[in-house]
Design a protein around this ligand. Sequence first.
Ligand code: ATP
Length: 280
Amino acid sequence: MNMIRLDNIEKTYGKTRALDKLCLEVEEGELFAFLGPNGAGKTTTIRILNGLSFLDSGEAFINGVNILKEPLKAKRLCGMVAQHTNLDGELTVWENLDIHGRLFGLSKKEREKSSREFLDYVEMTDRIDSFAKTLSGGLKRRLMIARALIHRPKLLFLDEPTVGLDAAIRRRIWSLIKKINRTGVTIFLTTHYIEEAEFLADRVAFIHEGKLRETGTPAAIMAKLGSWAVDTYGNGDMKTDFFGDRESAGSFIQSANGSGTLRRVNLEDAFLNLTGKRVA
Ligand code: ATP
């Protein structure tokens, strides 16, 4: 069974069509990255799946549960780490976790067990009594992840989980995301850092103007462009050409009098092509 299934989802805000007959399937256990430019419809999709916004038409299922017909059952299956920090700064680390457990109806014993387990998991046991407002950006993010896991969801949404974090802390969060996924939790990730998706995801989807443009493994999507890329700069613009083999790319550079930078194709190339932000 799919962990997520979207059938022809539509959502309109006034005259803006945020989602346009969006169809998508995410398998149980996948680490899935949902990519798209600003305004593509990523957050709208996550909000709908988490019961924070209603769809206009179409159907959405989480682990086979129709989110409109059984919203509470669907919500219990999901953990959500929002894009912006939404901890209660005036409460301690422990209290932030405890309140979340109460919202999901966990008993005191369950809350204590889960809070200890997930604080240990995100390596924050030593900060149990710290006020959330005193934590660094990286620790706040880790606490939000622990909090999202308290009720043991099968599916975890991470909306831009590393935005604003430095490179070292970002890598630590990546390890944590992989670790969570290895326990069997399906992960649905949005990110503007394409290399994050390339490194983490089993499969990615590109959304643009509310429509699904492409889905597949990062390797398969990149292979459609070729293996090698040559960046050239001329007439005030960057241009990239793609090649199946290194020799062809080398010949291209020679024919351009040696100007051009040779590199491997990356997922960002595919993203920019699909969303029309770069002419190849
Ligand atoms: P970003 O990467 O910038 O966060 P996104 O892919 O998450 O973008 P959405 O936030 O889902 O995109 O927005 C999709 C479209 O819907 C955009 O055109 C946006 O302006 C519009 N939109 C989203 N929420 C609302 C709202 N509450 N009222 C009006 N328009 C909205």
